[in-house]
Design a protein around this ligand. Structure first.
Ligand SMILES: *Cc1c(COP(=O)(O)O)cnc(C)c1O
Length: 735
């Protein structure tokens, strides 16, 4: 079929619309859009962190217009830009139906980090990724939502491993012109400018707008010539510097974020604090009310009505605490503005307001000044109620007002290309079968409405529940999909390892196909190397694990990745230990460490591994989300019953390590858990994976995969999570 050549205006129009798509993170969860950018500049796409904006800068306007003269390509581009416009214009939305008030007065979501995509590396870990996924689902649902964070121009650190296998950190400067963000302008077309009082200075800041589907996220930036260098660097790095930098970043985020909203004329109905970092926003809200004539008590009450708080960790060090001196120094005007004494101000951050020795805790402030608070899994909610019981001495512990909403992941953003294509093909098959049988035969729920919005069905629980039915998808097909994904990851690892090796040794002694075995049971572990996550735990029984890896008939292998905090030497020792084992022990070739864990590495690993291992020191993993990303790819969790897995595991959809309890002593816990890990592997995981029938298919394993998909995928999404936040928290009781 010959297609009509486009006229020059049409080409211009299409190019302009494609540029619009590049400027909206929507493309990060649309496969076809990514394919267009990839095709425009395959190397550019690969080398520039899969950055649509950078690719369009790489391709001249002239080249783009020439490429669009290929009518087949042009029609694919048109499909993408049409889909984008349809997405933005959709009328019949969940938010429009269930929470229309926020379309006018949005939910303002404050967070110190946002992890959207590898292009914009301004997240340190799970907290930021969750925030990014929250924003994406808010857009999908058409929930009125505005995000606030900081634009860290050097982002979070990049990890390189030196010749001593020691983590080193380096930073690269992000170039806003090459990122999917735009400066926010005032009415005169000038970059918007606001001020916030920090220490004895008025610190100026501007803002960038990131389009996340339908909603904006604003990133504050103090890198302005009128600021002293010290303040310009407040937005240099994610959690950069010492506690003094940290508190200043938090003043900027909380107080500055509210000021920006006011300047932009946005009147949020709810302020959601994602972790305590943002809690200074409550003081700014109180200040506004006191300035308009309210009493302190009234201001407090009114502020509390507007605020929601999510706590994310039971790890003590995860809760920011600042000394009185530091508060006095960095926020000297706060007390004055609220017309209270400095001691009174400190009281808002203390469990015992009168205790002059107690530091100022951001979590305490957030709990005191919000109308609702939650942890991020059922167990974490319970642990948090115990942790903060002293704030509510008159209540029994189970009445402490901290609930829970379990985390999730943004499904389409995490689902890898081959998996989308796999299901897309099934939709197409189903539709043509339904058509050829006159439509009467099919009992599939989408039969009435085949066609373009198959992605919507892809995130519906009904779809995933059908996967238990072998007539819907066969064992053979699922097993082939697993092989595709495992191979993609292994080849990705080999390429990365080659590059890692060349950098350190200047020679490549890695033989490409000798590292990792595409037929082996592949176990993945990737997350921050916080010590409570105990990355090297499985190697406590080293000889036994070596035996498993070197078993020719049932080979096992491990892929690790993760960053330690720059000041966490113990975490760095964990990395060193694992890399050492990967190079110099009998595990060489069966264990690899992939440098510079980020969203891209995460996507490869959660899709390609067969088993996703998690062994935190219970109950310190508040939720964990990487295991949720694994599920839609048929990667099976093997985890301690902590965080989300305690409620996700049902006895049939993966593997539990140990019981629903934990020993008191840390040493005992490590010993028991490493034994349990080993036994789970040898008693359950390995025998099931290698139990093959005459056709070579692991039927029992695939049955588990079906259970994973049917029970976990639809439950642990940010789609479900954002709906729960909206119904239970954002909408005040009684609506
Ligand atoms: C998902 C993700 C995390 C969080 O993983 P956990 O399982 O919660 O530890 C951290 N970093 C990156 C890059 C991720 O993609």
């Amino acid at each position: 079929m010959t297609q009509k050549r486009l006229k020059p205006d049409e080409i211009k129009d299409l190019a302009a619309r494609l540029n619009k798509v590049a400027g909206n993170l929507w493309w990060t969860w649309d496969e076809e859009a990514q394919e267009i950018f990839h095709e425009l500049s395959p190397r550019g796409w690969q080398n520039l962190f899969h950055n649509a904006v950078a690719v369009l800068h790489e391709v001249s306007n002239y080249e783009l217009s020439v490429r669009l003269q290929d009518s087949a390509f042009a029609s694919r581009v048109r499909r993408v830009v049409d889909a984008f416009d349809r997405y933005l214009a959709a009328k019949d939305t969940w938010g429009g139906k269930h929470a229309p008030k926020f379309l006018k007065n949005p939910v303002a979501y404050f967070t110190a980090e946002f992890g959207f995509h590898e292009t914009l590396p301004i997240a340190a870990g799970g907290l930021g990724i969750l925030a990014g996924d929250h924003a994406k689902s808010a857009s999908d649902l058409n929930l009125g939502f505005v995000g606030i964070s900081l634009f860290y121009r050097e982002g979070y650190f990049q990890q390189a491993i030196d010749h001593n296998n020691w983590q080193t950190e380096y930073y690269s400067l992000l170039n806003p012109a090459n990122l999917p963000m735009e400066p926010v302008h005032d009415a005169n077309g000038q970059p918007i400018k606001c001020k916030v009082h920090i220490a004895s200075s008025e610190v100026a800041f501007t803002a960038w707008r990131v389009n996340v589907g339908r909603n904006p996220v604003y990133l504050l930036d103090t890198n302005l010539p009128e600021n002293e260098p010290h303040y310009r660097d407040l937005t240099l790095r994610v959690y950069g510097g010492d506690t003094s930098t940290r508190i200043m970043q938090e003043i900027l985020l909380g107080v500055g974020g509210v000021r920006l909203m006011r300047t932009l004329g946005i009147a949020p109905a709810v302020f959601h604090m994602n972790e305590g970092h943002a809690a200074f926003l409550t003081f700014e809200l109180m200040r506004e009310k006191i300035e308009s004539g309210k009493s302190l008590a009234e201001a407090e009450e009114a502020t509390r009505k507007e605020c929601i708080f999510t706590t994310h960790t039971p790890v003590e060090a995860g809760h920011d605490r600042f000394s009185k001196d530091l508060m006095d120094f960095t926020a000297p005007k706060l007390a004055e503005q609220l017309k209270i004494s400095r001691e009174q101000l400190m009281g808002y951050g203390r469990v015992h307001p009168q205790d002059g020795n107690e530091p100022f805790c951001m979590t305490v402030l957030a709990l005191k000044l919000s109308r609702a608070a939650n942890g991020v899994s059922e167990l974490h909610g319970r642990v948090s109620r115990h942790m903060w019981h002293s704030l509510y001495p008159d209540l029994p512990v189970e009445k402490v007002p901290i609930g829970h909403i379990t985390n999730g992941v943004h499904l389409l953003g995490w689902m890898k290309g081959p998996v989308r294509k796999f299901w897309r093909r099934r939709f197409a098959d189903e539709i043509s079968r339904a058509k050829s049988s006159g439509g009467g035969e099919s009992t599939r729920f989408w039969k009435k409405d085949p066609g373009s919005d198959w992605e919507k069905r892809l995130i519906s629980p009904e779809f995933w529940q059908q996967i238990e039915d072998p007539s819907f998808v066969s064992d053979e097909e699922l097993w082939a999909l697993r092989y595709t994904l495992r191979r993609e990851m292994i080849e990705f690892c080999r390429r990365r390892l080659l590059l890692q090796q060349q950098r350190v040794t200047q020679r490549d002694f890695i033989i490409f196909d000798h590292l990792l075995n595409p037929d082996a049971l592949t176990i993945g572990f990737a997350r921050r190397f916080a010590t409570y996550k105990r990355a090297p735990l499985v190697f406590q029984r080293l000889d036994d694990i070596v035996g498993l890896c070197r078993d020719q008939s049932r080979p096992v292998q491990f892929v690790f990745a993760g960053k330690a905090h720059p000041r966490d030497d113990e975490g760095k020792r964990f990395i060193q230990k694992i890399i050492h084992l990967s190079k110099y022990s009998d595990l060489a070739g069966h264990l690899v460490f992939i440098e510079n864990y980020d969203i891209h590495v995460a996507r490869q690993m959660v899709s390609g591994c067969d088993v996703w291992m998690n062994n935190p020191r219970r109950p310190l993993e508040a939720s964990g989300t990487s295991g949720m990303k694994a599920s839609c790819h048929g990667c099976v969790n093997m985890s301690i019953l902590d965080g989300w897995w305690r409620e996700g595991y049902d006895g049939t959809n993966g593997f539990a390590v140990g019981e629903d309890s934990q020993p008191d002593s840390v040493e005992e816990q490590d010993r028991v858990d490493s034994d349990n890990l080993y036994h789970t592997l040898t008693d359950q995981v390995i025998p099931t994976f290698f139990d093959r029938d005459a056709q070579g298919i692991p039927r029992r394993w695939i049955k588990i995969i079906r259970r994973v998909m049917a029970t976990l995928v639809p439950q642990f999404t940010t789609d479900r999570m954002v709906k729960e936040y909206t119904e239970n928290y954002y909408l005040p009781k009684g609506k």
